[in-house]
Design a protein around this ligand. Sequence first.
Ligand SMILES: *Cc1c(COP(=O)(O)O)cnc(C)c1O
Length: 395
Amino acid sequence: MKSCQKTLATVAVHAGSRISASVTRPKVSPIYASSVFSFDRLDQIDEVYEGRNPGYVYSRMRNPGVDALEEAVASLEGGSSAVAFASGMAAISASIMANVKAGDHVLAADVLYGGTHTLIKEELPRRGVSTALVDVNDIGAVKARVKPNTAIIFCETISNPTMQVADLKALADIAHEAGSLLVVDNTFASPILCQPLSYGADIVVHSGTKYLNGHSDVMSGLAVVKAQSGDKIRSYGVTYGATLSPFDAWLLLRGIRTLSLRMERQSENAMRLARFLESHPKVTVVHYPGLPSSRFHALALEYLTGGFGGMLSFEVKGGLNGAKSFIDALDMVELVPSLAGVSTTVSHPGKTSHRAIPLVEREPLGVGDGLIRVSVGIEGYKEILDDFRRALEAV
Ligand SMILES: *Cc1c(COP(=O)(O)O)cnc(C)c1O
């Protein structure tokens, strides 16, 4: 064995590990599956940590592929920067927790995603933050419930499952008058329909798992800040470790490339389906902000400038039995307790997101046992319509 020859153990560890210089560059941002980054000189550590030289240290803090995703989402939302997280709930909890301290108060919409509801009702009070829920469509009530120590007002652009649209400008005014932040969950709308920062929101959060990704194959979340630094939110994420993996960041960015096309088609299909359902004798109510009959149509015209979205819900006659007959009779359309994929799916809020709430309490909120939520996909409208028409005959 020649002395210059390396042992296979060393070859196995080091061969091919240097990234070669190239005059060309990858067409798309690659997956940087590296937990850590190498330095040539000790001085570079100071330079990178102090921001004097661009560079990465450790992927829980930053990763080039995740940075690319953050830049894309910040641009889509018109924000100054974004922070990516391992799930929507991680983005929501970081955005709230990083901006409150014990003794503060958080005022949130009374119709919220289930996980956010638990965070507001259980986690925040355990940390000494008092909370209250309010109908954010009752602006007078919101004003009355704001306190001197209110740090955050939280709402969703379009809320689940009855598709209420929030009056973002009015809420931002109330928040800012009180010296608090307006945090908006823009998951259902996506930045294609609405950019809440442009109406005065301070932070926008997303479950990237839904429309941003759009293919039902990634868990992820994002927080986008308007002007203030996102450092507090990033630092919370780095400390609590809710980091998005480079693989998921790559898939999410790939999904985002078709976001606008998907939203356009989903909005178009949803509008047609909402009209069909509204005229169907077995359907009693349709919730879709694009319908002129919707209580939220005026707000939708003001805020959902890029389309009315792919989410709708409706009530069938016959309560739970009616809903069962309809759902079980569906063929192409699947029963899926999530949303925003490319295929049309239905869910039953009473059995999923709202199952912890007794029927007597949720019925007045419009979440009776006959309520079915639809996430409209990008299929040809004819096939969607055929499946709905046939399944409604079974009711
Ligand atoms: C799904 C969802 C969340 C939570 O996101 P995860 O990615 O599941 O953690 C938050 N808000 C809304 C509106 C959602 O639909």
